[in-house]
Design a protein around this ligand. Structure first.
Ligand code: UFG
Length: 333
């Protein structure tokens, strides 16, 4: 019997790619998702359990039925703008929900978790290259909720022997190179899929949020990581966690997943024009509340400890993979 991994948010963008990679690596990914932002069509690589993280009885039942050896916790609300308008939704939907998950898994005797955190926990840091020891100062409730979950995992590591790998993602992009699954949000807020929508006429134009930032061309800078590289890190993190020598008495280990190289919004637009060989209609708008000027990270620690190398995280390749998926597949249910 292959080992099972409970994948919360397995119907979402990153979670579905993780399920594909887990299945290829000899695990059975069990998706637990309430489909509030995920897609049933994206669950293709293992069983699906419809459920909400707030539902303790349902979670307990799923742990009892499947007996997973570990949890990958992707499920989260993740819209920066929405989190500024409705912070309660984020504290309840991210923090309280994660607490229920942690209590349920520990009650079931499952101690290992790989958790998706975010560079949005940093806030503005004056353009420095970020790493695991940079202080956190989130600018929005989304980032604050993720930081709180990081703290929660550390506390349960000390009290109950929970063992967690925390990944702080930078900007995830691209899609499965086989285009079986990809990035599809409703509503879409992310830069690259919005640019592709503008290119193929699904939207009238891409609005640049702010052209007066203190950067070389006035637009924000982000560090883009290919979703396949990101899920590779999860498998390496899982192996590391389940290895014999790590975090035996509980605790957590943090890794930043970035490339060390940032691209401005205008640079991403130029690259998208180049890769698709199509014009991108663009308008310039005001800054979006909650946006940091520059978020770029190194990945020395993930390279050294886990052996992770983001070799697919080249902007043209990420846009090309996203474009292939964009032209062929979309989810409807
Ligand atoms: N942007 C535009 N126009 C758009 C959309 C985005 O100019 O229509 C700009 C943003 O201002 C930002 C950059 O493109 O400078 C990237 O924006 P995204 O919305 O694609 O991603 P974020 O940088 O906002 O990412 C943040 C966190 C992630 C988190 C994500 C959740 O950094 O960790 O929000 O939505 F997962």
């Amino acid at each position: 019997m292959l080992p099972k991994i409970l994948v919360t948010g397995g119907a979402g963008y990153i979670g579905s790619h993780a399920c594909k990679a887990l299945a290829a690596a000899g695990y059975i990914p069990v998706t637990y998702d309430n489909l509030c932002t995920g897609w049933r069509d994206a669950v293709r690589f293992g069983p699906f359990e419809h459920g909400d993280l707030a539902d303790r009885a349902r979670l307990d039942q799923v742990f009892a039925d499947h007996q997973p050896v570990a949890v990958m916790h992707f499920a989260a609300l993740s819209q920066v703008g929405e989190s500024m308008q409705d912070p309660g939704k984020y504290w309840r939907g991210n923090v309280c929900a994660s607490l229920t998950l942690v209590e349920s898994m520990l009650a079931a005797g499952v101690r290992d978790m790989v958790f998706s955190s975010t560079c949005a926990t940093y806030g503005d840091q004056d353009g420095v290259i970020l790493n695991e020891s940079t202080a956190q100062a989130p600018l929005n409730a989304y980032g604050a909720s993720k930081r709180a979950i990081e703290d929660m995992l550390r506390d349960f590591g000390a009290s109950d022997g929970l063992r967690s790998v925390i990944f702080r993602y930078f900007n995830v992009a691209g899609a499965d190179p086989e285009a079986e699954i990809g990035e599809f949000h409703q509503p879409e807020t992310h830069l690259i899929p919005l640019i592709l929508d503008a290119i193929d006429g699904r939207r009238p134009a891409l609005t640049i949020y702010g052209t007066d930032y203190p950067t070389q061309d006035g637009t924000c800078i982000r560090d883009y990581v290919h979703v396949m590289d990101l899920v590779d890190a999860h498998l390496l993190g899982l192996d590391w966690l389940r290895g014999p020598d790590h975090l035996q008495t509980g605790g957590s280990e943090l890794f930043c997943l970035g490339t060390g190289r940032g691209f401005s919004v205008r640079e991403v637009l130029d690259e998208a024009r180049e890769v698709t060989n199509r014009p991108v209609p663009v308008t310039e708008g005001p800054r979006r509340p909650g946006d940091a000027v520059k978020l770029v990270s190194g990945s020395e620690k993930a390279g050294k400890v886990l052996g992770w190398h983001p070799h697919r995280s080249r902007l043209p390749l990420m846009i090309a993979d996203a474009w292939r998926w964009h032209q062929t597949g979309h989810y409807s249910g």
